[in-house]
Design a protein around this ligand. Structure first.
Ligand code: NDP
Length: 425
């Protein structure tokens, strides 16, 4: 049907690309482009070998080297490859350059995480950031304003930008749209809970890009209540929840990007909170790294050259893509909704349970990359098939949730609806 250009070849991309290749009727051609071309070539070889072994229809796969920080390099690549859409699975730092290139070439854009500045000490960025902190009331380094600002330009170009089609944001946002469509007249409370019950056996490792992960969890928490943001200190709010197929876990309130879009797109919502589970050992390691300055994102001089501490730390930590064979246990991610239907108050809990070892057996990856890569493929598929396609910039909950929910069941992330959930106070 169409050609897709996928940028990035890390943990999430490796899952999404293999899932796209298994849907060769939609993704007839795939170009994998990243900073390190050898990773793209190795994945192409793996997919082609698998398809030859099973007799499955394989898409045409090409690979390329690209610097996704460079708009001209991206424009040249898109011009050469002529894809119908670009799936950005590089880092949030590259969102705007890739959106600029998509605009210039008039091709659709899809991603899984909102824009974040790489250099948070840059005075021009900082001025805008500080104004937003004052006006909006949350201090996270990432927010949707940068990408929502492209709305008119995407409309005028007649192309679609689909933002945040991972698991959270992504599946949790679609769960919200689905709950509203099928279970409620109005949703008042949303609690998003991301539980990773997996154990990789290392004293300390992050399940996805360490830089993004560590910045997320060392930042202030926040939640949306009665039309405004309430900010908390990092890890200030703790709850304990007994997760299906995982068991009881400590979870902490974090700021998370889907709160921002759901607050706009779920009419009448009064409170949205996001919780993620962490073990005590993970938190102690992180606090220690933070205290000694290893989470700093600004360059420091070391033996005559500049290094960025968090990037150096990334080089020391296990590559998230390598955790697959070691990780056992399950993830359980979902949302509890409370609202009204036909005048009566009710609550439901929609969630997915994913097994690390099952993911590894299927694609050679752990469940965190799997639970993000599968919805990235589904979002791209719905855009390419025209089911989620209209000019402008959209978050996933703005589209009809039904085809996405069906696809989750079909492509490896089945979900359940519990109509009598235990609530969080
Ligand atoms: P990785 O670090 O494993 O992969 C990132 C990939 O992007 C690497 O292949 C890297 O190249 C490539 N890359 C980085 N910078 C550039 C550049 N300037 N030009 C070209 N390629 C570049 O990250 P993950 O796979 O864990 O995460 C991918 C995305 O998914 C991130 O945006 C992350 O925030 C998001 N995510 C979203 C989640 C959700 O639920 N919504 C959950 C988890 C992640 P190289 O191989 O050379 O390093």
């Amino acid at each position: 049907m169409a050609k897709i250009l996928i940028i990035g070849c890390g943990g999430v991309a490796q899952v999404a690309i293999q899932k796209c290749a298994a849907c060769a009727e939609t993704f007839t051609e795939i170009c994998i482009a990243s900073r390190t071309k050898s990773k793209c070539d190795a994945l192409k070889e793996k997919i082609e070998k698998n398809c030859a072994g099973t007799g499955a229809k394989a898409p045409v796969i090409t690979t390329a080297c690209v610097n996704a920080d460079d708009v001209q390099d991206l424009i040249a690549l898109i011009g050469r490859e002529k894809p119908a859409a670009v799936l950005n699975l590089a880092l949030p730092y590259q969102d705007l350059t890739i959106m600029d290139a998509c605009l210039a070439c008039k091709v659709d854009y899809i991603d899984t995480a909102n824009y974040e500045a790489e250099d948070t000490e840059d005075p021009a960025w900082r001025a805008i950031y500080e104004k937003r902190c004052r006006e909006e009331g949350f201090t996270a380094y990432f927010d949707y304003s940068w990408q929502w600002a492209y709305r008119e330009r995407f409309e005028q170009a007649g192309i679609t930008a689909l933002l945040g089609t991972g698991f959270d944001p992504g599946v949790t946002s679609v769960f919200s749209a689905y709950a509203l469509k099928h279970y409620f007249d109005e949703i008042h409370y949303i609690d998003i809970m991301d539980c990773n019950g997996g154990d990789h056996g290392y004293p300390f490792a992050t399940n996805f890009n360490p830089e993004i992960n560590l910045r997320e969890v060392s930042a202030n928490g926040s939640y949306w209540e009665n039309g405004h943001w309430v900010e908390t200190k990092p890890m200030e709010i703790k709850r304990v929840y007994n997760f299906d197929q995982v068991g009881e876990k400590d979870m902490y309130l974090l700021h998370h990007e889907e709160i921002e879009s759901l607050a706009k797109n779920i009419p009448g919502v009064k409170r949205i909170r996001f919780f993620m589970t962490f073990g005590q050992s993970y938190l102690t390691h992180m606090k220690c790294l933070e205290n000694v300055g290893m989470l700093r994102t600004d360059p420091v001089m070391f033996e005559g050259r500049e290094i960025v501490p968090i990037q150096f730390l990334k080089a020391l930590l296990p590559d998230p893509a390598s955790l697959g064979p070691r990780t056992v246990g399950k993830t359980n991610i979902g949302c509890i909704f409370t609202g009204v239907k036909d005048g009566k108050e009710k609550s439901i809990y929609i969630y997915n349970v994913c097994d690390h070892q099952e993911c590894y057996k299927e694609l050679g990856s752990q469940a965190i990359s799997y639970t993000t890569g599968v919805p990235a493929m589904i979002g791209a598929k719905l855009v390419l098939e025209g089911k989620w396609k209209k000019p402008g910039v959209f978050n996933v909950e703005e589209f009809d949730p039904d085809p996405f929910m069906e696809a989750l069941n079909r492509y490896g992330l089945p979900w359940v609806v519990d109509e009598n959930p235990v609530l969080i106070d």
